[in-house]
Write a protein that binds this ligand. Structure first.
Ligand code: DHB
Ligand code: FE
Length: 278
């Protein structure tokens, strides 16, 4: 059966793509952010995943307000990026893993998560940039399975629903008849609000409490409703649901290998974490 080696989470911000394209990793503004990644990459070179299952939220590239699935799973042979209007160079397509995608989809529907299945799927900055940060080569060397969670248009799924989605995805991966090694990635957050009266809102205390909960008290954030999470983390801070789904997939026992937290990049409090499944 397949093995889950551990999980990763990272913020995703379009301007990271521009900074990478311009080689700004050592620039004083960017250095505290980019310095958060080499230790996670060292860990990856040790645990050597073949496949990464990615919880992320699309921002209007593949799904728009007219058709907004709560949960959608990619089941394509490859996933292309497209111009989102940020002026970031597009990347070569990411290789899919249809066998694992369909195994996850079948398990999720069996567990009463009625997901949208996508045999074609464009992936936006929330998918491409964290993969590029963790695997910076010319093309991504691991197979990918995108799982998209709606954080764009209300109603949003609750924190406990996302945690349970992650648990069901973890069960599916562990029951996949394959020798491959699987990592789980969640991208988004941490606290940020891009619009409205509270634009620029950041909540360091909450972000750190959330990061602290992930190793030993992973369901901590499920005590909050979506509206409480918006209040505590900002309208886009609810993207932390992706971290929660990732943690749900890892099972009971994990060890934190690495973390970084830096404020701000653009309007966002950025976090990175690597958790090894033990
Ligand atoms: C920013 C953050 C995001 O999560 C995003 O999807 C787009 C922009 C920002 O801080 O600029
Ligand atoms: Fe985002």
């Amino acid at each position: 059966m397949a093995k889950i080696v551990g999980g990763l989470a990272s913020s995703h911000i379009p301007s990271i793509g521009g900074a990478m394209a311009k080689g700004l990793a050592q620039d004083p503004y960017w250095k505290p952010f980019f310095d958060g990644f080499p230790p996670a990459r060292e860990w990856l070179s040790r645990v050597k995943p073949d496949v990464v299952v990615v919880f992320y939220n699309d921002h209007g590239l593949n799904f728009f307000l007219d058709k907004m699935p709560t949960f959608a799973v990619g089941a394509a042979k490859q996933y292309a990026n497209a111009d989102e209007g940020w002026g970031i160079p597009t990347l070569p397509p990411f290789m899919g893993c249809p066998d694992l995608s369909w195994h996850i989809i079948n398990h999720l529907v069996d567990k009463e998560f009625d997901v949208v299945t996508c045999q074609e799927m464009l992936v936006d900055h929330a998918f491409t940039l964290p993969l590029k940060l963790f695997w910076p080569g010319a093309s991504c060397p691991v197979l990918t399975v995108p799982i998209c969670i709606n954080t764009v248009q209300f109603p949003l799924p609750s924190a406990s629903r996302c945690y349970r989605l992650g648990q069901a995805v973890g069960e599916a991966i562990r029951s996949w008849d394959s020798d491959l090694r699987v990592a789980v990635l969640g991208t988004g957050g941490l606290s940020h609000q891009l619009d409205g009266e509270r634009a620029g809102f950041i909540n360091k205390k909450f972000d750190l409490e959330f990061m602290n909960s992930l190793q030993d008290n992973p369901a901590w954030a499920t005590q909050f409703s979506i509206h409480e999470l918006v209040e505590k983390t900002g309208t886009q801070g609810v993207e932390l649901l992706m971290w929660l789904a990732m943690r749900g997939a890892l099972g009971t026992s994990v060890k934190e290998i690495h973390r970084n937290y830096h404020i701000p990049i653009s309007n966002t409090a950025t976090g990175v974490i690597a958790l090894e499944a033990t």
